[in-house]
Design a protein around this ligand. Structure first.
Ligand SMILES: Cc1cc2nc3c(=O)[nH]c(=O)nc-3n(C[C@H](O)[C@H](O)[C@H](O)COP(=O)(O)O)c2cc1C
Length: 201
């Protein structure tokens, strides 16, 4: 599927075939694309929690506004990030680079993140957002639908998945075989409103 077609056909789908199961091969295929999503300094701080336990799915649905896609999708992914990944053996993120380059990039990573809680969180959200779009477009190209979600109690979800103290949750995504069209598009702003040439007025 052409990338533009995937962008145009990706929608927030809410009704999924409960009986459709994604094979492990499909899941591996999906995430082999997702892992190529960009992260600042290549720190790859996203962590994707795949929830398959039906009981846990039910408990998550209770704290997610009773949204049906939480239980009925084939794959429920909670996109989290390790906000301290920048200081956890960062040479792993540049292991294929020359030692000369590592001598430059590793101190730069430290300087960018150390002591900057807001930057650590901002970067986590940026990276998860990009990974989310890669995930949804890849799913589309595999003939699957998806739904991004923030309609849930973040603290309750964190407790249910044992979120480590130095991780954050960015969003959830449901993926599966859709059984109903998405709602009509809500309406898009004109380009003149969202495109700014050079500087704001
Ligand atoms: C970060 C994010 C969170 C969202 N949360 C929910 C949600 O909790 N439940 C839901 O049904 N849709 C959710 N949506 C879907 C949006 O309502 C939808 O993307 C928007 O209306 C545009 O429609 P489209 O994605 O079909 O083009 C979310 C979308 C985004 C990007």
């Amino acid at each position: 599927m052409h990338i533009k077609q995937a962008i145009e056909e990706r929608r927030a789908f809410k009704k999924f075939d409960k009986d459709f199961q994604m094979s492990e091969e499909m899941i591996q295929d999906l995430f082999s694309s997702v892992r190529l999503s960009p992260t600042a300094f290549n720190i790859q701080h996203w962590r994707f929690v795949l929830v398959s336990d039906p009981q846990l799915r039910q408990e998550l649905r209770k704290v997610a506004w009773d949204q049906v896609q939480v239980t009925d999708s084939s794959l429920l992914i909670i996109l989290c990030a390790d906000v301290k990944a920048w200081e956890k053996e960062p040479h792993r993120y540049w292991r294929n680079s020359s030692s000369e380059y590592q001598d430059i990039i590793l101190p730069a990573i430290d300087a960018y993140y150390r002591g900057k809680d807001q930057v650590q969180r901002d970067e986590a959200m940026r990276s998860c957002g990009m990974a989310a779009q890669t995930l949804m477009l890849t799913a589309k190209s595999m003939g699957l639908g998806s739904c991004p979600m923030v309609g849930f109690d973040f603290e309750a979800v964190g407790r249910l998945i044992n979120l480590p103290h130095d991780h954050v949750i960015a969003l959830m995504i449901a993926v599966g075989k859709t059984i109903a069209p998405a709602n009509p598009r809500g309406g898009h702003l004109p380009l003149e409103e969202i495109l700014v040439r050079d500087r704001f007025a």
